[in-house]
Design a protein around this ligand. Sequence first.
Ligand code: ANZ
Length: 866
Amino acid sequence: MSSYKPEDIESKWQEYWQENKTFKTPEDHDKPKYYVLDMFPYPSGSGLHVGHPEGYTATDILARYKRMNGFNVLHPIGWDAFGLPAEQYAVKTGTHPRDTTQQNVNRFREQLQDLGFSYDWDREVNTTDPDYYKWTQWIFLKLYEKGLAYEDDVPVNWCPELGTVLANEEVIDGKSEVGGFPVVKKPMRQWVLKITEYADRLLEGLDDLDWPESTKKMQRDWIGKSIGANIDFEVANYDEEIRVFTTRPDTIFGATYMVLAPEHDLVDKITTDDQKEAVQAYQEEAARKSDLERTELSDEKTGVFTGASAINPATGEEIPILVADYVLVTYGTGAIMAVPGHDDRDWEFAQKFDLDIIEVVKGGDVSEGAYTDTEEGTLVNSENDEISLNGLPVDEAIEEITNWLEKVDRGEKAVNYKLRDWLFSRQRYWGEPFPIIHVDGEPKPVGEDNLPVTLPEMDDFEPTEDGEPPLAKATDWVNTKDPETGKPAKRETNTMPQWAGSCWYYLRYCSPEFSEGPVDPDEENYWMPVDMYVGGAEHSVLHLLYARFWHKVLYDCSVVSTKEPFQRLVHQGMILGEMEFTGFKKDGNWISADAADEVAEVERVKLSEDQVEKEGDNFVIKDTEITVDAKAHKMSKSRGNVVNPDDIVDQYGADSMRLYEMFMGPLEQVKPWSTQDVDGVYRFLGRVWRLMIDEDSGGLKESVIDSDPSKEQLKVLHECIQKVTGDIEELSFNTAISAMMIFVNEANKWDQHPKAVLEPFIKLLSPFAPHIAEELWSKLGHDESITYAEWPEFNEEYLISDTQLYPIQVNGKVRGEIHVPREKAKDKEFVLSEAKAEENVKKYLEDGNLVKEIFVPERIVNLVVK
Ligand code: ANZ
């Protein structure tokens, strides 16, 4: 073995790590801990894609770095293995989802091991394992005991043709996304979790987390807390009241009409006979639209009169009541007081239906559009016999009117959330069964001793004709006895959604074998919270919110000791396909991309990476100024631009794959793939190899010596240590790799390579490219893995060089440079005489009269000639 051949060394070290359990999590709790977590994958049928190793390499670098810095590291992996694809495959082929899942898990595990990730494989968890989901069910029982899990009739998207319930995202224009079959809203009995009870704590908890601001904002918006008032309006001529929620009670004097959601209970009661037909037709039409379609601002507003009117409690005036679908039944009270002067949607609606617009906040022109500013304006036209808001700014007016409404018993301060309770059941087979039986139609928990409730063996995974979940067909399983009383009982046939298992897996890793609870309190106390969590931004809301919710419930149950699970969160950026280049030709001649838009009959020509080069922000045809179109697209099968990580590992090795994915650019950025650049990092690793290894003998080169390094060598090394260490801390892996490349370029210029310089460098490289690092480390004479070698310490003293560099300017332009020995660096006379003697500078001095010499110690020399 002589030249760098990853295939000769990588599997060898992977086996070594496995046999020696190199990455086993330490049992002792004496050292500081570092818990670094990946979002565990769903083991799909297509194996790893290149996006997986991106986040996984980043966390692996941190894990390895922290180990070398004396931390106990917990770096686990597992499988989020329940879910629809395996079930759909089962329906199609009859293969049991368990078998499909097992195959996929095996393949994923092999692929991850091929990449040399330093996971503790003894802590692997799998959400479909009964020993795991026993505790998922246990947590559900806790939720149930606390009154946080309840059954409710929830309108779901029911597709009779497909015989299944669909998620909102799976319904488009009232039809199923798959097949285009009609979908109707149908109330179905469902399990729901009361996440709304934790809304405030979920909001407050965000403040102290080291998370991307954008992710925090998404969670805040999702929870959507609004503070305002509930106000009651009497319905004229009926003994009924309409309660509205508003964030702007200050505008009540401008409320000129009211709107009820089409589904509001009062609609049928108060609609007058002559309006009945129109209202019913409208209700039917609204039922077919999604919430998004109904609230879109750009959409034409629709609505109908009920014929009834209400009394504005502030003005005493009668105002009409309408039904319109821009008011949602699921938010607030499902009814609004409409203030067209100061709300955009109300304004549009009032224009269309010719309703009164009254200005009550001065600042804009309400004949042109709603004035919605709440910072600047002051109240006008807002007084009655008891109260005047006129002249007040909005915030004070809100305060005043709310107090008055409370005093006259017409309303009160109110808080509203967009967050809804969490629909927690699915009509699927491949999920966690609920630990619930129904006795005399009433739900009853099965009791901890009867966990886990395992899935029955089945070979038909289709739902029943009338929409009962597949489990309903397992009659032997469904019909059971109440373990307490022996009474006949029926098991719950819904299963939990895929989110359930991922809500708490990070806890199981702390003590995967623990049999008395989801997590061993001692281990939890030591390891939690997760110090670093890396995963895709697509989980910004659901997974990360659900997991936080469960964590807080477990905190209330004293199962965990921290209020939040994930202290720091980072999202890796998406990896796009290779850049695609298109050039443009007109009559056989190349033209620039921007010109191509304006010319008719242009020919588009696909160009390869070699035919173009980067120039500024653009790409041009090589050796020309002609710009081309350059775009990277999301990897997709249909586009044919999917890169398979296996191919890259086969061709270049795991170290190059890891190094490349980190070298592509900042971790959090979206970036295009480039196989050509993989070749670049592969060649870099070849240079590292040749720095030390004799290509003929395969042993160390003769230039690798035991003697002391020079000052210059120490300087180059310590610059590298400083940069790589700082960059790892900042997760700036691409720049750390650049620093290592600089080191290798410098080191290549040396005749001799002291081990005292090479060894620290190999340590720096090891978190990034662990296989080659282990190999070189052992060639340097070590018989233990580099995993626990001590991270090199940076010493600032070595940065000071033996010489001082002086650039020399003549009339303000740099014409040369000199290096003077450190001890002479401040010696003005010496430096000036050396400067004037410099070959290139000399020429300028000969041509003119030297009139001035400027010397800035340790910086620069400037000579002025005439
Ligand atoms: C009167 C008003 C005057 C309003 C004004 C706004 C501006 P957020 O911030 O999202 O909570 N609203 C209340 N319930 C609604 C429903 N079910 N469907 C559609 N809109 C609804 O918004 C609260 C505001 O949204 C409420 O305040 C109400 O309009 C409207 F100058 O009431 B407002």
